[in-house]
Structures are given as C-alpha cells and as structure tokens.
Design a protein around this ligand. Structure first.
Ligand code: FAD
Length: 295
C-alpha cells in the first residue's frame, strides 16, 4: 500500500487538492507559490491533471515529480488512456515512476470531438479506465485511483449501469475513487450508498471548489458538463457585478457543502484549487482542516 493510500485510510478529517500543469513560465511561478502554500497545510495528496490527448504529458510528470521531490505531500498524477497505445501508456507510467510518483488516477479520458472515423477509439488504445487500472498495477504503481460520477458519467444510460462499471474498475485494482465536482451533497451520498450496497468499501472522495468569480463559475460548467443545480446559479449569477459579494457567496456554498459532507462522515474532501491558494486556504480553515499556525 502506498503512503498516500495509507494516509487516506488514516485519521481524518483532512483535505486533498488538485492542480493543473501551468502553460507559461509566468503561470508556473505563480502556481509553484500556490503549491508551496497549500502543501504547507498538509493535504493528504496533491493531484495533477493530465491534458486530454496528451497535450500536457511532460507538464504533468514535471509538476508531480517536483511535488514529490520538494514537498512532504505525495502527488497523485492523473493519466488518460484515450488516444494512446498500451506501449505509450507504459512509457508514461515509467516516466512518472522515474520522477518519483507512486500513485496515479487512471482515467479513460475524453475522445477528440471529431474522431476519425466517427466514434472509433484510437487503434490500440485502451477502451475503458479499468484497462488502465490493470496496466498501472502491472507496472508496479503503488496506489491507483479512479474517477466516479455522482450524477453518472454523461455517456452512461442510467445510474445502475454507471455504478456497475464503477464497481468493475474499482475491483480491477483501484484503492480509492475521486468523485466529480458536484453541488448537491445528496447526489454524492447516494453514490456512496450505491457503492456500499455493492460491497465496495474503498474511500470515495467528494470534489468541492470555492467559486470565487464568474469565470470560476464558468469552469464548473465545463467540469460538470453543464449539470449544475438551479439553486447554485440563482444564488451566484445575480452577484456577477459585485466581486466581493460573489466571492463570499461562492465560498459559503463550498463551506456549507464541506460541513455537510464532514458531518456525514466523509474523511477527505478533494478541493479544486485552480492553481491558487487563497480561497483554498480560507475554505479549509473554515472547515477546520488547516493546521493552526505555529506561534
Ligand atoms: P470510464 O471509467 O472508462 O467510463 C467512461 C464511460 O464508459 C462511462 O459511461 C462508464 O460507465 C462506461 N464504461 C466503463 N467501463 C466500461 C465497460 N467495461 N464496458 C462498457 N462501458 C464501460 N480528463 C482528462 O482528460 N484529464 C484529467 O486530468 C481528468 N481528471 C479527472 C478527474 C476526476 C476526479 C474526474 C471525475 C474526471 C476527470 N477527467 C479528466 C475526465 C474523464 O477523463 C472523463 O470524464 C472521461 O469521459 C471518463 O473517464 P473515466 O475514467 O471515468 O472512464
């Protein structure tokens, strides 16, 4: 069991955090300051996203490797299978291991918008995330996570089908699952109940995000495929011209969801940082998940 997985199963409550590889040198400097600040608050792990189609493969490996080398927090590197052969994925997994990364989030990824021929996967690429779970295991990665969708993956015909496939990929060798950002806590709790009913007891982490600006609200639309509750938009959209009011309300939404999840016994909350530390700090402090400053 990796140190990350052992910590996840250890005493809580705690938080984990998500970063994305920066696109410019200027963004990299700002981001690394955010990484340093947030990792000082002892998240269980810091995940690093992987661009669809391999666009940021080197960026993911470099950032996850730097987190492994320069902080006390284990990185969790996302890795997507789509568009890559098993041999290419093996190379990517070995590159991550060489960079000191022991844990991966095994994802299928999203096929390009206009695949050619339509709907056909890249020849030789793995078809489902569970195939990548097995590959990561066979390459000796110590910890493997998978994605879960409280409302069901958009391509799933119904929640039963979605749960069946989620259970399959966990049983293929995943240690834990990270759920897609969702705003109605009930949806997350029902997913947890479905997994428990199927006899699966790996940790399931909810995703939460402090929505500090209208631009961040737009990002939540992309992440959730537009599946956001009406109450969220009714609460935040009227504040679009009031930056202070918007930020306060967006933080309240995340804090209230976090409090409810912790009250329901969730051990680790996965916080989307968008590569910034301030709102993450305020959120985890309000939730009592940030160690008190040493005086
Ligand atoms: P799968 O588990 O393969 O599922 C995809 C669909 O296929 C589902 O409908 C599922 O029910 C179905 N299915 C699964 N297995 C089978 C089977 N054996 N037979 C038939 N049907 C099956 N994308 C990125 O590009 N980069 C990232 O860094 C990234 N990070 C993410 C982090 C999280 C926490 C989440 C929730 C998503 C992330 N994504 C990322 C998005 C993700 O890649 C897409 O949502 C993708 O469409 C599905 O990936 P998956 O791993 O869930 O796929």
């Amino acid at each position: 069991m990796s140190a990350l997985v052992a910590a996840l199963r250890g005493p809580g409550p705690r938080f984990s955090v998500e970063f994305s590889p920066p696109h410019t040198a200027e963004a990299a400097a700002v981001q690394w300051r955010a990484v340093q600040e947030i990792t000082a608050w002892s998240p269980v792990f810091a995940s690093v996203t992987w661009g669809a189609g391999g666009s940021s493969q080197e960026g993911t490996t470099a950032l996850a490797g730097r987190i492994a080398a320069e902080t006390d927090v284990p990185p969790l590197a996302h890795l997507t299978a789509v568009g890559r052969s098993a041999a290419e994925l093996r190379t990517a997994l070995r590159g991550l291991a060489r960079a000191g990364v022991r844990d991966v989030l095994a994802l299928r990824g999203d096929p390009p918008a206009d695949p050619s021929p339509p709907g056909r996967p890249h020849p030789g690429s793995l078809e489902h995330a569970e195939d990548l779970v097995r590959l990561a295991r066979s390459e000796g990665l110590e910890g493997v996570a998978v994605a879960a969708f409280p409302l069901g993956h958009p391509a799933s015909p119904d929640l039963d089908d979605d749960t069946r496939h989620l259970v399959r990929k966990i049983r293929a060798g995943a240690d834990f699952a990270v759920a897609q950002l969702c705003f109605d806590v009930e949806d997350f709790l029902r997913l947890r109940d479905r997994l428990a009913a199927a006899g699966v007891d790996v940790p399931l982490l909810p995703g939460i995000m402090p929505i500090t600006t209208p631009r961040v609200l737009e990002v939540t639309g992309r992440l959730t495929g537009g599946r956001r509750p009406g109450w969220l938009l009714r609460r935040l959209e009227p504040l679009a011209a009031d930056p202070g009011g918007f930020r306060a309300a967006g933080l309240d939404v995340a804090a209230q969801a976090g409090q409810r999840l912790l009250a329901e016994g969730v051990g680790v909350l996965h916080v989307y940082s968008l590569n910034r530390s301030r709102a993450v700090g305020e959120l985890v402090e309000r939730l009592g998940l940030r160690p008190a400053p040493v005086r």
